[in-house]
Design a protein. Structure first.
Length: 277
């Protein structure tokens, strides 16, 4: 019985190992940077940008970190911005005042200061709370989380203004149409208002997304290994600053170009959906 159980465990372990190896091979095969047809694989071994013995691996990792920070920030910032835009239209004066203070602060502060406040301020706050609870050890905030929070609040303060303008561009008759059809307020928002909101707000959101991509470079200051940090380290080590900072510029331009193409598809989809309705 034990022998059969042991054989089954070994078999399952082999299956999981095979799946892991296959997944590793797939990620290598389709890696756009260091895969068989990746960008940095085009450079021969021994060159500065080669993968393995050059800086290609480090820069590729930096690109992935930059994209990860931006993609993690986007939904949080959009959600906060949407709530703020709704609150700005509230009949409650205190709520509108709070929204105005929030957007004024985070649009007025430089992004770098916001990042420092979140990264260092949260650590001080948590250490203070921990001291009251009897915890005396050091408390550190993950740089990725701090960067995401800081960029999210800044992004939401700008996104709320774009969404608020889009809300105001939608005729009130659209809400009345939902009431006439017997739809609840939430279903009217989901089925009627939000599809129009996406189409109207998309140009402004496109600009904010490109700005967000560039603002991710600030996270290098708190130790996150993004494009700017990785290329900066490579430039200091190799003394070839022009090459590596030029690579950083090129990578940001490529990300902006890919984003523009993707947003163009979303815009055409939104327009087709509007025509079909």
């Amino acid at each position: 019985m034990k022998a059969a159980q042991t054989a089954g465990e070994v078999g399952m372990s082999g299956v999981f190992s095979a799946i892991g190896s296959f997944w590793t091979y797939l990620t290598y095969l389709f890696d756009p940077f260091c895969g068989p047809v990746g960008i940095f694989s085009l450079f021969g071994n021994g060159t500065l940008l080669a993968c393995g013995d050059g800086w290609g691996d480090e820069i590729a990792f930096g690109v992935k970190v930059t994209i990860s920070v931006a993609l993690a920030t986007l939904p949080v910032g959009l959600f906060l911005g949407f709530l703020i835009a709704l609150a700005a239209q509230s009949q409650e004066k205190s709520l509108r005042l709070a929204v105005g203070i929030y957007t004024t602060i985070f649009r007025g502060l430089p992004e770098l200061l916001t990042l420092f406040i979140v990264y260092y301020g949260m650590q001080i706050l948590l250490q203070t709370i921990g001291g009251y609870l009897g915890f005396t050890g050091p408390i550190e905030i993950n740089a990725f989380v701090a960067g995401m929070i800081a960029l999210s609040v800044v992004f939401s303060s700008y996104a709320s203004e774009v969404l608020l303008s889009a809300f105001r561009a939608i005729p009130k008759g659209q809400y009345e149409a939902g009431d006439a059809l017997g739809l609840s307020r939430s279903r009217t928002m989901v089925l009627i208002i939000i599809p129009q909101l996406v189409r109207i707000a998309l140009p402004g959101m496109t600009n904010l997304w490109v700005i967000l991509l560039k603002d991710t470079s600030y996270v290098s200051i708190i130790g996150l290994a993004d494009i700017v940090r990785q290329t900066g380290i490579a430039a200091r080590v190799t003394k070839d600053a022009f090459l590596f900072y030029g690579i950083a510029c090129l990578l940001y331009l490529i990300l902006a170009l890919i984003s523009s193409i993707g947003i163009g598809y979303i815009d055409r989809w939104a327009r087709r959906s509007e025509v079909q309705r």
